[in-house]
Design a protein around this ligand. Sequence first.
Ligand code: 5GP
Ligand code: ZN
Length: 161
Amino acid sequence: MNGPNRHCIFCDLIQGAAEVSVCYEDANAMAFMDIQPVNLGHTLIVPKKHYESLKDVPRDVAMHLFDVAVTLAPVIQRASGCDDMNIVVNSGHQAGQNVFHYHVHLIPRRAEDNFDIALPFEGSTMPDRTFLDAMAARIIAGLRDPARQAAPHTTRAVRAG
Ligand code: 5GP
Ligand code: ZN
């Protein structure tokens, strides 16, 4: 659930309490057709257990969902007749997440479908190299920090880089 009293539509779908078109299922994951697809074949891969967003998902579950994504991607491409695809995770409100049950989007793409994840970002002012280097150094230091907390619920040790 999303907070103590918030209702989760994806938990409903997983529990069979609402109509859904499932295309993959295993012990820990399920994939189904997005109800409002960018193009037909737009698929959502979800953990069966409720985790809100990326910061909540155990590492092994996140890895498993990506493994399912890699398995499904070429099959969806063939089924939808689209050669191109976006694999997207919106994690958190500011990142555009609307359903707070973690999920991976597989979005088959067609010419002129008018969907856009426009990168490089037009609104970006290219920062000076010093800022890029400084940010890279912060991340490297973060990876080496012995006090670094693994993601919540992480079930496997994470090796610092
Ligand atoms: P988000 O913005 O959270 O990354 O994406 C949520 C996705 O869930 C949207 O693409 C939306 O169309 C899809 N969605 C929302 N409600 C339902 C539902 O009841 N059933 C299905 N199959 N998809 C849903
Ligand atoms: Zn849920």
